[in-house]
Write a protein that binds this ligand. Structure first.
Ligand code: B3K
Ligand code: ZN
Length: 908
């Protein structure tokens, strides 16, 4: 099979030839034969010479085309699998604007790729971003063609009582034949990727919001009727988001209705269609019985994210898909700030940085590495990446770090004043930030253009004769083979810093001001919102701090002020000092993590150097002492309110195994797989009494009633972290405690923590609990996903046969992405012992499933193949095994989605 893989380039961008004045769509819905009538009024864009009209279209059955009411004959136009071409001669004699009517037919039921119009449990829904609208009708499927839409939806009334589309409802009427129709109008111009239609039988939770401008907005959440009671948290999150965006950014909602529809079959998390968001039900439904704290947080964040897109994405959209981070990086940054305000800001920062390091850093060091503004793509859906989203959000955060919150707000205000209703680029955003603050932000440009995680090396020397500290900074692009001029430009890297003296006192900011006058005069050191920010703008730069004591300990890159790898060789004593005294909770956490990471790396190296089956893994004394003091500190505070318990939970957790893997090249995978769980056990054992006490102390403080707030979430996090570590120790009392916690069935956070822990550390004992869980939850898809995921992620005993059994299970469905992710994703990302088993059976298993999925849902298949593409980072034996399955896959797959990923992984 040869794949038609055309690469699209940013440098080839051309403005649209035609503009669309308005679009009127009529859908006559039927599962296998939906008829779409597309009436558009269009004209030449100003200044454009007349050219052929090229309309995108795929998997459509064309029925008729009329131009200005004249039926076109087949010979008058050209049709391919992907395009309808109307030659310019057709327009030469006709008066502009042109009226075009195109009738097509589509088969939603056959659409398992879940892009375009499809069915989920008998309900019609759409997904158009990035290029799915072309599977609905012939159109200019590009984000810079904006128009107003009127949508008429016609369907059988009994089967599809709810008919929704973007905007405001104009009319709803019964037709004589048992069908009914609804007419929706969206007054805001939008690109077609924001189009949406939904039809089916739903329950609806309603509420109201009055905007700061006084607009009354009807809020509606549609879901399967049986799930209605699980929508309250989503509704509260929506209302909180609407209020937050008004308070923080002065942005109000702009339609009379805001609708959210939850469906079970969805390729991603959710979609911000104008006024009609379609969501993966995972990010809508939550109640204490069936959802964990992490699920609740996910709902709150994704609801907010999609709502925030109404301004950052919809009112101001992207000129082309290379600008995706313009809306995604910015909107992720906004949802991060929102969650920080709702819960704990330091904990949110820790969670985001953990994810960035464990996953985005790997992406940025692998064959799919790309700048946040990619230069080319084969399949756009492959570029909805951690880089575009999470690193993109870090780059937006840099503006706020540089300009302060007020300066950032001024930039946002100017961005909307200039570009409301437009499709723009990342340069327009940067210019708005610069102009609003009268600063030259040209140095920010390279952040959009360079791939790879930058390294910042710091050498701090004390010159006793001068009583001066010399902090020598240097930066380097981590992609050593940096190819273009762009890669040779230094980045503007803001480094928040502070210093602490031997007593743990912060060396105060006024001292720093007088001691580093030169850097301040040169504009390299700035006090921004009470925090010193050092601006690294060159490859090498030195900060000279005079009249400073010798015993200072430097706290650098506070709050993770830039998405870089900081290479600063601190003595363990200095790390311990900051772990105790740093006033930045992020860096305090960071110091704990670095100490543990360094210990883990040392033990992996040792295991790799002298392989032995009876390896002794033992945490260093420093780590044990530090954990002891943290646990003791938390225990002493147990009864207090206003403690950031989640901070303790994260500080007492180990760095992810995937982050540990990131530290090696090549990765001695066998040693990592041997050391990591042994280290978990050893930490459990070394502090077994403290884990037990912490578990019991926190359990005693928590009521079994579920409450969603930072205090309660934090206590549960710490409690369940303690339970995990206690279980890892192998202690039988821990196992009894976990079983008891499961039996209590207080809420899903506790049920999940206990069951996952037992599964991970006492797999045999987990079996009856897993059966019980299945009996309780077999009819709740989102909860059942957890059951699949725990077995795929932690089941070891049955080996590969265990995951095969999951695929054969009656409740497994290849057409439901959540279910596929819960088995394939958990296996390859969490069950690393099976995935990397020495004979390569794990690799072959994954490749086989990817190939099968490729024919059903290419977008999801392209995500599932990713763990294999890191093959070059492993040792020769794994390399060969992984490469071989990739080569076989490349020869067999049919989609350009998987083709792009696999072929990039195999490029020499
Ligand atoms: N904009 C959508 C993602 C669309 C992905 C298309 N493959 C969700 C979001 O980022 O809000
Ligand atoms: Zn988004």
């Amino acid at each position: 099979m040869t794949i038609q893989a055309e690469t699209k380039w940013l440098k080839d961008y051309q403005a649209p030839v035609f503009e669309v004045i308005n679009l009127d769509l009529t859908f006559e819905l039927s599962p296998t034969q939906t008829q779409v009538t597309n009436r558009m009024v269009c004209q030449l864009a100003p200044g454009q010479p007349l050219a052929d009209m090229l309309l995108d279209g795929e998997s459509l059955r064309l029925i008729s085309i009329k131009l200005n009411d004249q039926l076109l004959n087949e010979v008058e136009y050209q049709l391919t699998d992907t395009q309808l071409r109307l030659p310019k001669v057709l327009f030469a004699n006709s008066s502009s604007p042109y009226q075009l009517e195109i009738v097509t037919e589509i088969n939603p039921q056959a659409n398992t790729a879940l892009e375009g119009l499809y069915l989920s449990s008998g309900r019609f829904c759409t997904q158009c971003e990035a290029e799915g609208f072309r599977k609905i009708t012939y159109f200019f499927d590009r984000p810079d063609v904006l128009t107003t839409y009127q949508t008429t939806v016609i369907a059988d009334k009994a089967e599809y009582p709810t008919l929704l589309a973007n905007g405001n409802l104009v009319s709803q009427t019964d037709l004589s034949d048992g069908r009914h129709q609804a007419v929706w109008q969206d007054p805001h111009k939008k690109p077609c990727y924001l189009f949406a239609l939904v039809a089916g039988s739903f329950g609806c939770l309603t509420d109201h919001y009055t905007t700061a401008e006084g607009r009354e907005v009807l809020l509606e959440i549609y879901t399967e009727p049986r799930h209605l009671a699980k929508c309250r948290h989503a509704m509260d999150s929506l209302i909180a988001s609407m209020r937050w965006d008004e308070q923080r950014f002065g942005l109000s909602y702009d339609l009379d209705r805001y609708m959210i529809v939850a469906v079970d079959d969805f390729n991603m998390g959710a979609m911000e269609n104008k006024g009609l968001n379609v969501f993966n039900s995972k990010f809508v439904l939550a109640d204490a019985d069936s959802a964990t704290d992490v699920d609740f947080e996910g709902v709150e964040a994704v609801i907010a994210h999609e709502y925030f897109h109404n301004w950052t994405g919809n009112r101001v959209t992207c000129r082309d898909w290379f600008q995706l981070t313009l809306k995604e990086g910015l909107t992720v940054f906004r949802d991060q700030e929102f969650t920080a305000d709702m819960l704990s800001a330091p904990v949110k920062r820790i969670e985001d940085v953990r994810r960035l390091r464990s996953h985005q850093f790997a992406e940025d060091a692998g064959p799919m590495a790309h700048p946040i503004q990619p230069q080319s793509y084969i399949e756009m859906n492959n570029f909805y990446t951690l880089t575009v989203y999470e690193k993109g959000a870090e780059v937006v955060r840099l503006y706020q770090t540089l300009l302060g919150r007020d300066g950032f707000r001024k930039g946002m205000d100017l961005y909307f004043a200039r570009h409301d209703g437009q499709a723009v680029t990342v340069d327009d955003f940067r210019l708005a930030m610069a102009d609003a603050n009268q600063q030259d932000l040209t140095p920010m440009q390279a952040w959009y253009q360079q791939a790879g995680t930058p390294h910042v090396k710091v050498v701090a020397d004390y010159d006793a004769s001068q009583q001066a500290w010399l902090l020598q900074f240097s930066q380097q692009n981590s992609l050593a083979q940096a190819k273009s001029e762009v890669d040779k430009t230094p980045l503007l890297i803001p480094i928040k810093l502070a210093a602490f003296d031997a007593t743990g006192q912060a060396w105060s900011s006024s001292f720093l001001a007088s001691a580093a006058q030169d850097a301040i005069a040169a504009g390299q050191l700035r006090l921004i919102e009470g925090e010193w920010v050092y601006l690294l703008t060159a490859f090498n730069q030195t900060l000279n701090v005079k009249d400073a004591p010798a015993d200072l300990v430097w706290s650098l890159l506070r709050d993770f002020s830039a998405p870089v790898i900081l290479d600063y060789a601190m003595p363990a004593a200095a790390r311990l000092h900051l772990a105790k005294f740093d006033t930045d909770p992020f860096n305090r956490w960071e110091m704990v993590q670095q100490l543990v990471l360094a210990d883990l790396i040392a033990q992996v190296n040792q295991a790799a150097a002298t392989p032995t089956a009876d390896l002794v893994v033992k945490p260093s004394n420093e780590v044990v002492t530090l954990f002891t003091s943290l646990l003791t500190e938390a225990l002493a505070k147990t009864a207090q309110a206003d403690v950031d318990w989640a901070w303790y939970g994260y500080a007492l957790n180990l760095p992810d195994m995937s982050y540990l893997i990131e530290q090696f090249n090549p990765v001695p995978i066998a040693a990592v797989l041997q050391v990591y769980p042994a280290y978990q056990r050893a930490i459990g054992l070394a502090l077994v009494d403290l884990w037990q006490q912490t578990y019991q102390a926190q359990a005693a403080q928590l009521s079994s009633d579920y409450a969603y707030n930072a205090q309660a979430i934090g206590r549960r996090l710490l409690k369940n972290r303690a339970l995990q570590a206690w279980l890892a120790s192998g202690n039988q009392q821990a196992l009894s405690a976990a079983k008891a916690q499961y039996q209590t069935q207080a809420h899903m956070t506790d049920v999940a923590a206990s069951l996952q822990g037992v599964m991970q550390w006492h797999e045999v004992a987990a079996a009856p609990l897993m059966d019980d869980f299945y009996q309780r939850w077999q009819d709740q898809p989102l909860v059942l996903d957890k059951w699949f995921a725990w077995q795929a992620g932690f089941g070891q005993a049955a080996g590969i046969a265990g995951v095969d059994a999951l695929l054969a299970h009656a409740k497994f469905a290849w057409t439901t992405p959540n279910r596929v992710r819960s088995v394939l994703g958990s296996f390859a990302r969490i069950n690393l012992a099976l995935f990397h088993q020495a004979d390569g059976a794990g690799y072959r298993w994954l490749a086989k499933q990817v190939l099968h999925l490729d024919a059903i849902n290419p977008q999801v298949a392209a995500r599932m193949v990713v763990p294999l593409i890191q093959w070059r980072r492993y040792q020769p034996k794994q390399q060969r095994l992984m490469k071989q399955v990739l080569e076989e896959l490349k020869g067999a797959i049919q989609s350009k989605d998987v083709f792009e990923i696999v072929s990039k992984a195999l490029v020499d």
